[in-house]
Design a binder for this molecule. Structure first.
Ligand code: ADP
Ligand code: MG
Length: 346
């Protein structure tokens, strides 16, 4: 187990252009499951590849276990990386696939069996060792890729969207399996994804990236409940947080914090009229989208997420409220979080 940290880590692919990764400072905790979350092109893979030693930084340092590793090869860093396309060797059995890194590193052959058995039993694939990859399901192949990665007992695990080739159902079970696996081995893990649900579900903490810049590093609860800026506020959550600009401030509130005014027990709240323009029935809840009617923010589009219990009609206007404690405030220019302030909407 080891702590990974970066100091002002930067990667510029073409001189004069914006960096793919800009001045990133972060530190994992011992044994942590840290998630890099961001949209496509935000620099997640580049950051991970620099940590792995597969990409040379333009500037900055990478430390593993407190030592600068910039000049070490990937192998010397004792890191295991699993990519989106995990590329098992099709002509080799599962056993030989898992043993491959041992062979490549000249680990004495008499140790292979014991190590392969250890890794495969940890992932529950001990009975598949004589099969070829084509005889496995997607989830089993993924487990073989993980077993191959852990067989060298790495100090750090780097996973780059390892589940994105799986279908939705398999993804969920593979996710649970990865979580269980991490609890068992306790190896410091950095996991890359563009999927905010996956990030929230799996991460001890999440690094939210945009344009190669760390926007926020915090627990899932921190980044969801207390986003550092409007990017984080809207990237996490589905539907995203409503943002309404009024004077020098942007006010944000999440769709699930809407209530019909008549159902609202809290006294500190904002009230507004909401005309329902579209309605999605999702079984356990409604997603309503429409406009605010009247006041200074007349016509602003908003989305509400409501549990069943009321019926709504398209084109009708309802009295809604949001508790003040759920309102977030951001600066109009910088889009960065600012202190709460009185709202002057109505
Ligand atoms: P993500 O993994 O978040 O989708 P990447 O790290 O792959 O993002 O890419 C970040 C940015 O760097 C993108 O704009 C991408 O086009 C650019 N980039 C990535 N790899 C290279 C490369 N080898 N050469 C030039 N530009 C690259
Ligand atoms: Mg990527």
């Amino acid at each position: 187990m080891a702590v990974v940290s970066t100091r002002n880590l930067t990667k510029v692919f073409k001189e004069g252009e914006l960096g793919a990764v800009n001045n990133v400072n972060l530190e994992t905790r011992e044994g942590e499951f840290l998630v890099f979350l961001g949209p496509s092109g935000s620099g997640k893979t580049t950051l991970l590849r620099m940590i792995a030693g597969l990409e040379t930084p333009t500037a900055g340092e990478i430390l593993i276990g407190g030592k600068v590793v910039n000049d070490l090869t990937p192998r010397e860093r004792r890191i295991a990386m699993v990519f989106q396309s995990y590329a098992l060797y099709p002509h080799l059995t599962v056993y030989k696939n898992i043993a491959f890194p041992l062979k490549a590193q000249n680990v004495p052959k008499d140790q292979h069996k014991q190590k392969v058995e250890w890794a495969s039993s940890l992932l529950g694939i001990g009975d598949l060792l004589q099969r070829k990859p084509r005889e496995l399901s997607g989830g089993e192949r993924q487990r073989v890729a993980l077993a191959r990665a852990i067989v060298r007992e790495p100090s750090v695990f780097l996973l780059d969207e390892p589940l994105s080739n799986l279908d939705a159902k398999l993804r969920l079970s593979a996710r649970e399996e990865l979580e269980r696996f991490h609890r068992r081995v306790g190896t410091t893990t950095i996991y890359v994804t563009h999927d905010q649900v996956e990030a929230m579900a799996m991460g001890d903490r999440i690094v939210v990236l945009n344009k190669g810049v760390v926007r926020q590093l915090g627990s899932p609860k921190e980044v969801y409940d207390d986003p550092a800026d409007t990017f984080v506020a809207t990237f996490l959550g589905s539907p995203p947080m409503n943002l309404i600009e009024n004077a020098d401030v942007i006010c944000g509130f999440r769709p699930e914090h809407f209530r019909l005014a008549e159902d609202m027990k809290e006294t500190a709240k904002i009230n507004f009229q909401f005309r329902v323009e579209n309605m999605e029935y999702l079984g356990a809840e409604y997603i309503l989208s429409g406009n605010i009617v009247g006041g200074k923010v007349d016509g602003k589009k908003v989305i509400a997420r409501l549990l069943l219990g009321h019926s709504f009609e398209l084109g009708k206007t309802y009295d809604f409220a949001v508790p003040e404690r759920h309102l977030k405030f951001f600066d109009v220019k910088t889009e960065v979080k600012v202190a709460p302030r009185p709202l002057t909407w109505q």
